[in-house]
Design a protein. Sequence first.
Length: 80
Amino acid sequence: MVLGRLAHYAIDALLLSTVVAGVKRSTGFTLDTESIISNPTVRSLTEQYLGFGETVFNTLQGAVVTSPYFKRGERERPVR
């Protein structure tokens, strides 16, 4: 029971860091860990956590690009 709950939380944390990596990739905005976290140890762990999310995002993106099940869609043009 406890092990299943721990795995669930770990997967949720992985998904959250992957979403943050996707936001960084698509918008260029990232978390400012220096202004949010004052403790250097916690900041370093947070940056490693976010870096792991970027690794997962890059891996997923590479799998999607080479997959025959996905195709490049056309971007919508903004209405002016």
